[in-house]
Write a protein that binds this ligand. Structure first.
Ligand code: ADP
Ligand code: ZN
Length: 210
């Protein structure tokens, strides 16, 4: 099954994608994670993407389309995949079609702007393995270190309040139109994000009939 997780920043796409890909035994491909890794390693792509990411705007389409093209060509994507954070523009969605990739379902996770601001202010990330947490909604045992690997939790630079505001503007202007693109194709299933991770997972599974 080829699945897209769609939604505003902080809706919980990444958290749900991590859970569902284990259930289905398929990989999750996150352009955000790939870009953060490139920034961390100071690759040419990372250096070019850094300022866009830190200001809350989008990285150029060619860059993320290249990441996705390379990744989908790998063997482990043959039985299906989850896309988290891609496509984020209509041009990216069209590029995916042009690659001959057939999407089965788009899970749209709905969350209000108010909710998103609250979510992102409490978000923490593992500095080593990248696992995502929330101080209130998805805490670790001590809210200081990662439950999976024990490394220290960090706050993403782009979760700062000014940047969140700009990410939301970018989302409404450039990413929301992608939903209309897939709605027209009859592929969208929408669910409202819930207070708890597990409750949201239940709705996602229901939508995917798994
Ligand atoms: P979130 O969904 O919480 O905003 P992500 O980790 O998906 O965070 O993305 C972080 C940043 O990486 C985005 O704000 C954007 O700058 C960049 N990015 C990620 N995916 C894409 C994409 N498909 N197109 C353009 N930029 C992207
Ligand atoms: Zn970790």
């Amino acid at each position: 099954m080829n699945i897209i997780f769609f939604g505003p920043p902080g809706a919980g796409k990444g958290t749900q994608a991590e859970i569902i890909c284990t259930c289905l035994n398929i990989p999750t491909i996150s352009t955000g994670a790939a870009l953060r890794e490139a920034v961390k390693n100071e690759t040419p792509m990372g250096l070019a993407a850094k300022s866009a990411m830190e200001s809350g705007s989008l990285v150029p389409d060619e860059v993320v389309i290249g990441i996705i093209r390379d990744r989908l060509a790998q063997d482990d994507c043959k039985n299906g995949y989850i896309l988290d954070g891609f496509p984020r523009t209509v041009a990216q969605a069209e590029a995916l079609d042009a690659m001959g990739q057939k999407i089965d379902t788009v899970i749209s996770i709905v969350a209000s702007d108010e909710k998103i601001v609250e979510r992102l202010s409490g978000r923490r990330l593992c500095g080593v393995c990248g696992a995502s947490y929330h101080l209130v909604y998805n805490p670790t045992k001590d809210n200081k270190t990662c439950d999976k690997c024990g490394a220290d939790l960090i706050i993403r630079k782009d979760d700062a309040p000014e940047v969140v505001k700009s990410r939301l503007e970018t989302y409404h202007a450039e990413t929301e139109p992608v939903l209309a693109y897939y709605t027209e194709k009859g592929l969208v299933k929408s669910i409202e994000t819930q207070e708890g991770v597990e409750e949201t997972t239940r709705l996602v599974k229901q939508a995917l009939c798994i």
